[in-house]
Design a protein around this ligand. Structure first.
Ligand code: UDX
Length: 436
């Protein structure tokens, strides 16, 4: 099939390359000339395992190309919209400027019977508001939310847990759903659930899933707060409740909380949309979810202050991790970086390292001391803070070896990812989050 993907950021670039890898001919379109130039060379503009390979294969085979020229879309039959929906400046609602612009610029290039498939995360009601403009060209609008996780984006796109298609009523909607089934033929052949809904349900599935995941993390972080005043251990608690299949252990990792380009902005946008719909009270709990999440960053800072006897002023603090999670160079709303910046603000000498995110972090927060080599970063530390659970710190950092590099053997495990026993056995003062 011939596909266009409009918007080649995180979602769009991965989608374009993944669709080429399953046999489609794809053109990726973006207004950013530098991004298009980089993608056209087979260079991924961000760190994502596996992306570079499928980009290069797609380009070499002639099935994948990138351009800034929207007119290239007229060659395709199915058009995916993958532009960003950031948080509005000064507000919490989603900014739909890029979605509206993408649709407006695409309209003159649509052919009758084309499919326009929205993938961006949008407030419920958006597809209905765009439908008429698309229908006027004879094309059909569907909403096909994306659930990919950074670090697993290629795998999640090619082999998703489920596919959701929000379609208009009647034969037109059925035809559109069938075309999407052909697009995702490899997943469909594996009997991946393919759920056909109306627009509103498809839009809500996406925000509900992210709201649930954020709530799960803040729930366990709330339990960590209670554990902290009672001497209980939140990691054992999570193991024990996680054995109940109705609860499940995943996303019960207590620590410094969630960040990234999706969960924080999506729960805020959901609250804002619910208010607009007169149903703010239905999701008031999401404000609490956000507040609990942000409190964990303060808590991590306080643990460092306490461990250093009441002040971090002019203390050497080594922060292991800057990305919002491992296997990513993304620092958007990164709790790791936020904690590092707060410590610097309190007068600490902060040295920070990360296997992938140093370049991005140093552009935004040049006041921190960035060191690429982990061992170099650990030298002379008065305290070590683990804030992104990369394997380089979680599995591969030997506490005896680390102990020989630092000034004082104090480690604050902001992700509860270290083996506390092993670190204590190597004479470290180990402090976890929500653990005695
Ligand atoms: C998320 C959703 O998982 C994905 O389905 C959606 O499409 C986009 O948003 P992503 O932002 O890539 O994906 O990250 P995710 O793996 O969900 O992690 C989000 C944040 O939660 C990270 O900062 C992570 O460190 C944190 N987290 C995750 C916890 O603090 N505890 C956990 O147990 C799990």
């Amino acid at each position: 099939m011939r596909l266009s993907v409009i918007g080649c950021g995180y979602l769009g670039a991965v989608h374009a390359a993944a669709m080429a890898s399953i046999g489609h001919e794809v053109v990726g379109i973006d207004v950013d000339e530098r991004k298009v130039a980089s993608l056209s060379q087979g260079e991924a503009p961000f760190f994502e395992p596996g992306l570079q390979d499928i980009l290069q294969e797609g380009i070499a085979s002639g099935c994948l190309r990138f351009t800034t020229d929207m007119a290239a879309a007229s060659w395709a039959d199915v058009h995916f919209i993958g532009v960003g929906t950031p948080q509005q400046a000064g507000g919490s609602a989603a900014d739909l400027t890029y979605v509206n612009a993408a649709i407006d610029e695409l309209l003159p290039h649509l052919n009758r019977s084309d499919i326009v498939a929205g993938k961006s995360t949008v407030p419920v009601g958006t597809a209905a508001s765009l439908m008429e403009r698309v229908a006027a060209t004879g094309a059909t609008l569907v909403w096909n939310p994306e659930f990919l996780r950074e670090g697993w984006a290629v795998q999640d796109t090619i082999d998703p847990d489920r596919l959701v298609a929000g379609v208009p009523a009647g034969d037109e909607g059925q035809r559109a759903a069938n075309i999407l089934r052909e697009v995702y033929h490899t997943a469909v052949a594996k009997d991946t659930p393919f759920i056909v809904t109306d627009y509103a349900t498809a839009e809500l599935v996406k925000v509900a899933a992210n709201a649930f995941l954020a709530t799960k993390i803040s729930f366990i972080n709330a339990m960590a707060e209670i554990a902290e005043v009672t001497g209980a251990d939140v990691t054992q608690l999570a193991d024990a409740i996680g054995h109940d299949a109705r609860i499940g252990r995943r996303f019960l990792g207590a620590g410094i909380g969630f960040g990234g380009g999706c969960l924080p902005k999506d729960i805020r946008a959901f609250s804002a949309r619910a208010e607009e719909l007169g149903r703010g009270e239905s999701v008031t709990f999401l404000r609490e979810v956000d507040a609990i999440n942000l409190r964990r960053r303060e808590r991590a800072v306080q643990l460092v202050i306490d461990a250093l006897g009441g002040s971090v002023f002019k203390k050497n603090i080594t922060v292991l991790g800057a990305a919002f999670k491992p296997h990513s160079d993304d620092i958007r709303d990164s709790p790791a970086l936020d904690v590092a910046v707060r410590l610097h603000g309190l007068g600490a000498w902060v040295t920070i390292t990360d296997p992938a995110a140093i370049d991005n972090a140093s552009r935004i927060h040049p006041q921190l001391n960035y060191v690429a080599d982990r061992d170099e970063a650990l030298r002379e530390a008065d305290a070590v803070l683990v804030v992104t659970e990369w394997d380089e710190y979680r599995r591969e950092l030997d506490p005896h070896h680390a102990g020989d590099l630092v000034n004082q053997r104090i480690v604050i495990d902001g992700r509860n990812c270290l083996d506390a026993e092993a670190w204590r056995a190597a004479d470290w003062s180990y402090v976890g989050m929500g653990r005695p």
